[in-house]
Design a protein around this ligand. Structure first.
Ligand code: PLP
Length: 439
């Protein structure tokens, strides 16, 4: 009996899958992680932080990261690996201050608190992001106002932002989604015209640049993530960078129970928004993060090469429209994103994801909901059950309020595993599976 060749039949219909070997997960050891972790472990100084540093806490918190690295016994600013990591971030981004913390979510809270948000203030936020970009604003009883994203870059559309400015608007958040920089020229220009602070959410874009400048160093503050899916990781962690000493001081105070370090001489501005947080990064995490940071360029190069292999491989299929990079920008690919514009007789986006999953290719079908569609906003239930902090706000949420981004999200697809040690050969399998579907 002749064996039937099942290789051309789709795996979902009983054919042979393109791939049975899983792609490598993001978290992998590529440098000195073991050595530095063991060093931190054996130091028996696993946190290094202490709260309530006494009278000189304000001066300490104004110390540039390049100097803080070499200070001895400054326990308010954390241990030596935390300060080493911070000095590395500051040097790379050419900022004066880098402040490590236990997640980018905490870093966003620090940054929003440090720019002095007041209850009822409005902050412009792209509606397409991870939800922490918006919920960190709520921590100070301020209110996110969601803005459409640009259909090419998938990052905040500054023209829609301009339409949503009110007398209450205080800040604008740029999320460099997927490692593609947002249009910072237009955002900074808009912010200047309306006296707004600019926070860059760089959780997905460590190492990306605009006109040669690292993202995070362009606005008033930038926030990076070190969680496990990101380009470098220590399990969980985050870093805030800024050139503004007022933002640095307050971020450091928010990170480490600053209210306990305050005395009667502090002004109201100094006390404001410093309420009871512990966002410290441990020495064990910081040691791993230092080792990973040493590999950042190498890792970003692999990610970019893999993303380019996918984009090139899918070029013959015009139904896949890649997220676009501006001519003056350099990407640090996090996960390559595409619009899937399905034509007649093509599978729908969600069918395609199922077909490819059967072929051994895990693609992600957009966000389950955009930020403005989350119940915390649509039902206006954040703190308590009586509408705080939205009671006083005319901001509208819900499906239909950012229709262009909602349409984009219905077409959105991304491939999450361009990280090393996956290679362009692995990406070839993704392309082969797509060729199989559309041939
Ligand atoms: C755009 C964006 N902002 C913020 C965060 C929050 O980061 P973390 O998990 O470090 O709190 C993430 C991701 O996890 C993110 O992708």
């Amino acid at each position: 009996m002749t064996a039937i060749d099942t290789s051309a039949r789709l795996a979902i219909d009983g054919g042979t899958p393109i791939r049975t070997r899983p792609f490598a997960p993001n978290c992998h050891i590529g440098g000195r992680e073991r050595e530095l972790l063991l060093d931190a472990l054996e130091s028996c100084n696993w946190s290094g932080f202490r709260a309530g540093a006494g009278a000189n806490v304000r001066d300490l918190c104004a110390t540039p990261s390049s100097i803080a690295r070499d200070l001895h016994d400054v326990r308010y600013l954390g241990g030596r690996y935390v300060r080493l990591l911070e000095s590395m971030f500051a040097a790379r981004t050419r900022t004066t201050f880098a402040i490590g913390c236990n997640s980018a979510t905490s870093g966003l809270v620090m940054a929003f608190g440090a720019i002095g948000l007041e209850p009822g203030d409005e902050v412009l936020v792209p509606c397409m992001s991870f939800h922490a970009t918006a919920t960190a604003i709520l921590a100070f009883q301020a209110v996110p106002v969601f803005v459409e994203v640009d259909p090419h870059s998938f990052c905040i559309d500054p023209r829609d932002g301009a339409l949503k400015i009110t007398p209450r608007t205080r800040a604008i958040v740029a999320v460099h989604l997927g490692g593609i920089p947002a249009d910072m020229r237009a955002i900074v220009e808009l912010a200047r015209r309306h006296d707004l602070k600019v926070i860059e959410d760089c959780a997905q874009s460590l190492g990306a640049r605009i006109d040669g400048v690292e993202v995070g160093a362009i606005g008033d503050a930038g926030v990076y993530s070190l969680t496990e899916t990101k380009s470098i990781t220590c399990g969980e962690g985050g870093v805030v960078v800024t050139n503004d000493p007022r933002i640095a001081i307050k971020s450091r105070l928010i990170r480490n129970h600053g209210e306990g370090a305050a005395d009667e001489s502090w002004g109201d501005d100094e006390l404001a928004n410093v309420v009871g947080m512990n966002f410290r990064l441990t020495e064990l995490q910081a040691a791993v993060a230092v080792a990973q940071f040493e590999q950042l360029d190498e890792r970003n190069e692999v990610r970019n090469e893999n993303a380019n292999a996918l984009i090139e491989g899918l070029r013959p299929f015009p139904q896949f429209v890649p997220q676009q990079l501006a001519a003056n920008a350099e990407r640090a690919c996090y996960m390559p994103k595409f619009r899937y514009v399905s034509g007649a007789s093509m599978p729908s986006r969600d069918e395609l994801v199922r077909i490819l999953a059967a072929e051994g290719i895990p693609l992600v079908a957009g966000y389950p909901r955009l930020l403005h569609e989350n119940p915390i906003f649509t039902r206006r239930i954040a703190y308590g059950t009586r509408g705080a902090p939205f009671n006083d706000s005319a901001v509208r949420y819900g499906t239909g309020t950012c229709p262009r981004s909602e349409a984009l999200n219905r077409e959105l697809l991304w491939f999450p595993l361009v990280n090393p040690p996956n290679t362009t050969d692995d990406m070839r399998d993704v392309v082969r599976a797509i060729e199989k579907v559309f041939s």
